[in-house]
Design a protein around this ligand. Structure first.
Ligand SMILES: *Cc1c(COP(=O)(O)O)cnc(C)c1O
Length: 400
């Protein structure tokens, strides 16, 4: 029995079956590579779902986390500590607008905070939330209620919340659905879990306009898109649109659990004392990790790397001619390979056999979201291997 098979058997006996059993067991990581328990090396092109911003074992992250855990690992919110304040100040500086921050431990919790915040801020007569079809906002009951992926939402309702779903990217549908009884509109700048679905240009400006006209809060979920992934600190900055509430998580602390809910203007003041809380939120170790991530992105100019290396990846993929590959979409280091058939799982497996970790985000869509530290040479290595990967996955391209 291989080390992987043995661990899979123990996993199945001890853990709930909600994930299914992963095919690969990882043992360690270094730079942009990880090794499995069999000793095989992979180029990490998924970064733990757009989380490992600095790759693995980055010296700045290791130093920040080890020093902080040795100094003070936890305080709870009964006590102040400087790292949390420093991180909030740093985020406000990057956002360049008057705002306040609440820290949580995950994306779903950041959206739960946003949900409570917009309810607190809403005037009388507002009774429903507008969200988008196929969106993903998290797995707890509040975040799931506003998630537009019916397959994961429907088995767990009703949620006791009036949520209306409009087609993503459709400004007219939004104008129709949002009125002065809408509490908030929740939207992603690009739908990540739906398969990196980018809306038409001007969509975020449409959301801003509809919310301004009706007084509904504009909540932008940048949990996957934020912190450099698109080649900008935050995706909304490229669109020139400021939301009322912004949620962050995934890449913010480079692998440590964190979530953040940012309220701009009056939304930063909407919670009264006692309205919300978290035992672990703003944890010193997670805050120190996030500070190291933000400092390193700045110092190593990883925004430029994300933009340039992302373009190189897209251009390289576009040159690959295989009947299975329809094209590539996305921004920065956040890309989707679009397939002509539902063979994403086969592409994911073939890529792993060639030493690359990618993700079958949908039956016919493969997601690539590497660390922001990925190099042009590493991306070129993947592009060179792609024809063979597609050939194996497509069974030799019988369609062509
Ligand atoms: C991953 C994700 C979430 C949920 O974050 P968790 O940390 O898994 O709770 C919410 N919104 C978006 C856009 C995400 O990509």
């Amino acid at each position: 029995m291989s080390a992987t098979t043995a661990l899979q058997a123990r996993f199945e006996a001890a853990l709930m079956p909600n994930y299914g059993t992963p095919p690969i067991a990882l043992a360690r990581g270094e730079g942009n590579h990880v090794w499995d328990v069999e000793g095989r090396r992979y180029l990490d092109l998924i970064a733990g779902i757009a989380v490992s911003t600095l790759g693995h074992g980055h010296p700045a992250l290791v130093k920040a986390v080890t020093e902080q855990v040795a100094t003070l690992a936890h305080t709870s919110n009964l006590f102040l500590h400087e790292r949390e304040v420093e991180l909030a100040e740093r985020l406000l500086g990057l956002l360049g607008a008057q705002a306040r921050v609440f820290f949580a431990n995950s994306g779903t919790e950041a959206n739960e905070a946003a949900l409570k915040l917009v309810k607190r801020a809403a005037g009388p007569g507002r009774d429903h939330i507008v969200s988008t079809v196929a969106s993903f906002h998290g797995r707890t009951s509040g975040a799931l209620a506003i998630t537009g992926k019916a397959a994961i939402r429907d088995p767990f309702g009703p949620f006791g919340m009036d949520v209306r779903f409009v087609p993503y990217g459709d400004g007219d549908a939004l104008r129709e659905a949002v009125d002065d009884s809408t509490i908030a509109v929740f939207v992603e700048p690009t739908q990540g879990e739906a398969g990196i679905v980018t809306p038409p240009a001007g969509y975020l400006a449409d959301v801003r306009e509809v919310c301004d006209a009706t007084g509904a809060a504009f909540v932008l979920d940048e949990i996957q898109s934020g912190v450099g992934r698109t080649g900008h600190w935050f995706a909304h900055q490229a669109a020139g649109v400021l939301p009322d509430v912004l949620t962050l998580a995934k890449g913010l602390a480079g692998g440590l659990p964190i979530g953040a809910c940012v309220g701009f203007g009056r939304y930063g003041e909407a919670f009264a004392k006692g309205d919300h809380g978290s035992t672990f939120g703003g944890n010193p170790v997670a805050a120190a990790a996030a500070l190291a991530v933000l400092d390193t992105i700045e110092r190593a100019d990883l925004l430029t790397n994300a933009a340039r290396t992302g373009e190189l990846l897209a251009a390289g993929v576009e040159e690959v001619a295989d009947p299975l590959l329809l094209g590539v979409r996305g921004t920065g280091l956040w890309r989707a390979l679009l397939l002509a058939e539902p063979a994403a799982v086969e592409v994911q497996s073939a890529a792993a056999r060639h030493g690359f970790l990618v993700n079958a985000v949908a039956p016919d869509i493969v997601r690539v979201a590497p660390p922001l530290t990925i190099t042009p040479g590493e991306v070129e290595g993947f592009v060179r291997a792609l024809p063979a990967i597609l050939q194996e996955a497509g069974g030799g391209g019988q369609d062509g």
